[in-house]
Design a protein around this ligand. Sequence first.
Ligand SMILES: Nc1ncnc2c1ncn2[C@@H]1O[C@H](COP(=O)(O)OP(=O)(O)OP(=O)(O)O)[C@@H](O)[C@H]1O
Ligand SMILES: [Mg+2]
Length: 364
Amino acid sequence: MSFKIMAAESELPEGTVQNILEQESLKWVFVGGKGGVGKTTCSSILSILFSKVRSSVLIISTDPAHNLSDAFQQRFTKTPTLVNGFSNLYAMEVDPTVENEEVGGAEGMDSLVSELANAIPGIDEAMSFAEMLKLVQTMDYSVIVFDTAPTGHTLRLLQFPSTLEKGLAKIMSLKSKFGGMISQMTRLFGVDDEFGEDAILGKLEGMKDVIEQVNRQFKDPDLTTFVCVCIPEFLSLYETERLVQELAKFEIDTHNIIINQVLYDEEDVESKLLKSRMRMQQKYLDQFYMLYDDFHITKLPLLPQEVTGVDALELFSSQFVKPYQPAKSRDSVEDLERRISTLRLQLKDAEAELEKLRKGKQKI
Ligand SMILES: Nc1ncnc2c1ncn2[C@@H]1O[C@H](COP(=O)(O)OP(=O)(O)OP(=O)(O)O)[C@@H](O)[C@H]1O
Ligand SMILES: [Mg+2]
């Protein structure tokens, strides 16, 4: 077993986010994971790294409890604002749960559409997300990084294009059934053509186009990828697996995992607590490598302090592009046992190989 892990580890994809930075076609980069694991820190750093290789970068927080402002130590709003110290990095905080006032436009149309829309749960949120994406798309950023809310919410957000598509199809079919009646009513109440059936239909069709386009883009691995952030603990491993499976279901590409808050074995650690936490982390790190041997896994150390402000983010960013160098393994009983059993397996293989060679020679 351990032999298999060792063999696989030498063939693992490089343990950095370099692959993402080098993928020039990428347009949308989602960063997600369980609460408090370091999503905001990682997405902020990714956006800083992107700013060095792309013409313009936008980082958007879709977490209702925004913390980009904390990470960058600068206040952001729902319109893109230049991050202090940069010429091509912008940040904005949007709240997908708040209805966007710009959706709709004319009042008569608004109320009818929203009446219809109310029949489909989640469509309001989906509409404002779609409007936001439409807006961002016209702004022509080279790459857009999303700092998302904890897992459940993110998955719901990614489902929006399909929710919206289904919802719109439903509204359309209702309209084709009752369209005649609606136009009679609008005429009866003297509503202008502008707010009449055709206008509503046109608006819905327009929305459908945006959704279809976004849906196509999110499912295109050349344009979109999802970076899973986690920590080496059971719950986080479990949640990452759930996330990876859900993403596969939505056909959203993912091939990078960032394992944050890793205790590095750089100095002799005296603390029993730390020693046992390191062993626990090692157990889950092994499992991550075994489960995701085709992913780029980036390990980040747990720092003695928080990562706030551009300087701290910049400093930490070097860990994202430099592969983790494991410290020389300390001679804990488990480590030695693992090394011995690996050597035993290798020895057995070598002996079998030798035996085969000997037999072959005898035949000649
Ligand atoms: N490797 C690390 N070492 C030390 N502190 C860290 C590390 N990574 C993140 N932090 C700190 O931990 C806190 C939580 O990180 P962050 O805000 O990035 O997590 P999050 O996943 O976005 O949380 P939430 O789910 O609440 O949005 C922050 O104060 C951050 O500075
Ligand atoms: Mg956050």
